[in-house]
Design a protein around this ligand. Structure first.
Ligand SMILES: *[C@@H]1O[C@H](CO)[C@@H](O)[C@H](O)[C@H]1NC(C)=O
Ligand SMILES: *[C@@H]1O[C@H](CO)[C@@H](O)[C@H](O)[C@H]1NC(C)=O
Ligand SMILES: *[C@@H]1O[C@H](CO)[C@@H](O)[C@H](O)[C@H]1NC(C)=O
Ligand SMILES: *[C@@H]1O[C@H](CO)[C@@H](O)[C@H](O)[C@H]1NC(C)=O
Ligand SMILES: *[C@@H]1O[C@H](CO)[C@@H](O)[C@H](O)[C@H]1NC(C)=O
Ligand SMILES: *[C@@H]1O[C@H](CO)[C@@H](O)[C@H](O)[C@H]1NC(C)=O
Ligand SMILES: *[C@@H]1O[C@H](CO)[C@@H](O)[C@H](O)[C@H]1NC(C)=O
Length: 617
């Protein structure tokens, strides 16, 4: 362990010795000066190329054994993007499989940045990493971090205190490996149930989301914003929920957002709360608004949305970073992905970059094209003062985070903080509590663990049952006393390496699947069903046939069994963060932008029984 401290010390000594490339006496490096003075000093020293580098924020991966990633046919090397493109903002892409190596790698990229002419430190950001989602475009499973339910599960618990606690824990674990920017919270409202990104929202209700986002930001920032903080990117302005036909705007068939209920302002409510609570960064969504007063171009290109509405009417003063990949066509997970330049597809890459800056966006997410910015300035299409406005905001964030004064982390501390037993226990407790009990016929739950039973299980690894010796596992439902089923909410599989991660389409199980499930219900006298609600499923037949029905929002098999058997008093404490509709037809007949408007829903927002309780909410 000691040799890592020695490494850090050696690194530091090296940086002090190599005074040829870093001038430690520049005023911007002087921690005793005020931040405004430091920003102006640094800005005055930056070349156009160094300035342009600040405006790109792209993905970075960890190289073999914690080294800097070498270049390949599909990516520029880390050495290149830091040393020659002068980029200093990156999001860590991919699972964290080894905390120690990640921490070592982080110090290496900071050292590489310190070795550049001006030594501007890296700000490393990330999509969520504390739950179960595994999708290159939206989040990574927890691995060694403490594991919590998805944000929908936090919303099911209706507790700002718990949300703040989650965010404080996530902040400590992020900081321990050098992550200083959260590309979340996602506060879109789930008013269109088919949308594939509901799982990482806080549900359907604007005032609940508004209340929780305040606690969320407070947890990541701390009471005041500073060197102890993780900065946050609140998304997706002005609310990505009302997707036309429930499709997603990562994809060409999902470009449009619609407001048939004239309910645009409802989606702004959580964003207003976030701004009042000190939101630092904001990300507009890929979509373009159809049939509103705004131009029908994607929000990141949309001056009416960014400059007039967000900065003007709502008085937002922070950073705006675009969603990933608005300029350059690319491949993600082997799938061709055209630039999400919806409504301005006809523009050249250079013109797209100009249009985004003209809209009032500060930084291009998912791009490493500083040369476009250089060209815009050199050809007079964008004036250099325009860059200064955004660079000041971006540099201020780095200074306030304390990155200039100490960019390095203590590698031994990373091992101690990430996944420590206390954080892990809090996450597990939240997984259990977030369970939402929708039906409990004859008070069948909690099951008594000392009764011997023959069980049929589905949807989880049956080896977890070895903790319950009274149970005998059967391969077929026919002779079972009880079925324990963990189901995924229905969706229609989509093709493509990337697209396949987005659960879209129908919210009903198909005929074959319904028949398969019915055969189990017919064969087994007692069936306990847990459905993972990453979208509001239309499942009246499950509500009818299951003996007990639980909704969950990201939980391990242990958490499931603990809740079912009431281990150590574990019980469901969640309440639905959205309605559960009667049918796909009811969803199709409802308006994309209007909450709680499907006909005769099966369960309502707020439903959730307690053990031993007859009626919900
Ligand atoms: C370092 O910066 C200080 C203050 O700006 C300046 O006086 C000095 O000449 C610089 N030294 C080198 C080696 O660039
Ligand atoms: C990984 O790095 C460590 C030291 O940082 C070294 O001891 C080890 O041999 C390296 N492993 C590989 C496979 O390169
Ligand atoms: C490297 O970056 C340049 C832009 O500076 C870009 O044109 C090129 O496509 C990138 N290469 C790869 C392999 O991503
Ligand atoms: C989006 O809206 C436009 C304008 O109403 C329409 O022409 C287009 O077909 C819609 N759908 C998609 C996927 O662009
Ligand atoms: C099982 O445990 C319950 C509650 O602890 C107890 O009342 C019951 O007698 C036990 N039954 C058996 C078969 O041991
Ligand atoms: C279930 O878990 C056991 C023990 O961890 C493992 O050996 C087995 O391969 C797993 N089975 C499946 C189907 O994943
Ligand atoms: C029906 O749903 C099941 C489970 O989701 C799936 O495996 C199957 O391919 C679907 N069948 C059809 C015809 O879509």
């Amino acid at each position: 362990m000691g040799n890592h401290k020695a490494f850090a010390a050696a690194v530091l000594a090296l940086s002090l010795a190599t005074g040829s490339c870093t001038n430690t006496t520049f005023p911007y490096k002087d921690a005793t000066l005020c931040i405004d003075a430091r920003i102006e000093d640094l800005l005055s020293r930056m070349t156009l190329e160094e300035s342009a580098g600040q405006l790109s924020h792209n993905s970075l991966t960890i190289g073999p054994n914690g080294t800097l990633t070498p270049g390949s046919s599909t990516s520029n090397s880390t050495d290149n993007v830091i040393g020659e493109k002068f980029m200093t903002h990156f999001n860590l892409r991919g699972d964290i499989e080894d905390v120690h190596l990640t921490a070592q790698w982080y110090n290496r990229i900071q050292q590489r940045a310190l070795d550049t002419r001006l030594g501007i430190p890296i700000t490393l950001s990330t999509d969520p990493r504390h739950a179960f989602t595994e999708n290159l475009g939206t989040g990574f499973a927890a691995n060694d971090f403490s594991q919590w339910p998805e944000s929908l599960g936090l919303a099911a618990l209706r507790s700002p205190e718990l949300v703040k606690q989650f965010a404080e824990v996530a902040r400590e674990e992020y900081k321990a490996v050098g992550l200083r920017g959260a590309l979340h919270p996602q506060i879109d409202l789930s008013t269109e149930y088919r949308w594939s990104r509901i799982g990482n929202t806080m549900g359907e209700d604007a005032s609940l989301t508004a209340e929780l986002v305040v606690a969320y930001l407070k947890g990541f920032h701390g009471e005041t914003f500073g060197k102890h903080s993780v900065t946050t990117v609140t998304k997706h302005f002005p609310g990505g929920g009302p997707m036309e036909n429930g499709e997603d705007s990562h994809f060409t068939y999902g470009k449009n957002q619609t407001y048939p209920g004239d309910n645009f302002d409802y989606h702004l409510i959580p964003f207003k709360a976030a701004i009042a609570a000190g939101a630092r960064q904001m990300m507009p969504y890929y979509s373009r608004p159809i049939g509103t007063e705004y131009e029908e171009v994607a929000f990141g290109f949309n001056k009416g949305i960014i400059t007039d509405l967000l900065r003007g009417e709502l008085g937002y003063k922070g950073i705006v970073v675009s969603d990933w990949g608005l300029i350059t066509d690319t491949y993600i997970a082997g799938q061709y992905m055209p630039a999400r330049a919806w409504g301005v597809e006809y523009l050249s890459e250079l013109e797209r970059a100009k249009r985004i800056l003209d809209a009032g966006v500060d930084q291009f997410g998912g791009e490493e094209r500083p040369e476009l910015v250089v060209e815009l300035v050199e050809t007079g299409l964008v004036i250099e003062e325009r860059l200064g406005i955004s660079i000041r905001r971006l540099l201020r964030e780095k200074f306030e985070l304390g990155l200039f004064d100490n960019p390095f982390i203590d590698i031994d501390q990373a091992d101690k903080i990430v996944g420590n037993p206390y954080f892990v226990r809090l996450g597990k407790e939240a997984q259990r509590a977030a369970y939402t009990l929708l039906k409990n016929e004859d008070d069948i739950l909690p099951l008594r663990s000392n009764v011997s039973r023959k069980v049929f299980v589905e949807g989880f690894n049956a080896t977890y049952l070895s903790a319950l010796p009274s149970l005998t596992l059967l391969d077929e439902p026919s002779d079972a006393d009880i079925a324990l089923l963990r189901l995924q909410a229905p969706y229609e599989p989509r093709p493509g390496g990337f697209e396949a991660n987005y659960h879209a389409g129908s919210l009903e199980y198909n005929v074959t699947e319904k028949a398969r499930q019915k055969a189990i219900f017919d064969a087994v006298p007692i069936s306990i069903v847990d459905i993972y609600l990453d979208r509001p499923a239309a499942i009246p037949e499950l509500a009818e046939q299951a003996t007990a029905l639980l909704g969950s929002f990201g939980s391990s098999p242990e958490a499931f069994l603990d809740v079912v058997f009431g281990v150590d008093g574990a019980e469901p404490k969640g309440r639905l963060p959205f309605d559960l509709p009667r049918s796909l037809q009811a969803v199709e007949d409802s308006k994309e932008d209007v909450p709680f408007d499907t006909e005769n829903p099966v369960f309502r927002f707020g439903d959730g029984l307690r053990y031993g309780e007859k009626c919900s909410s």
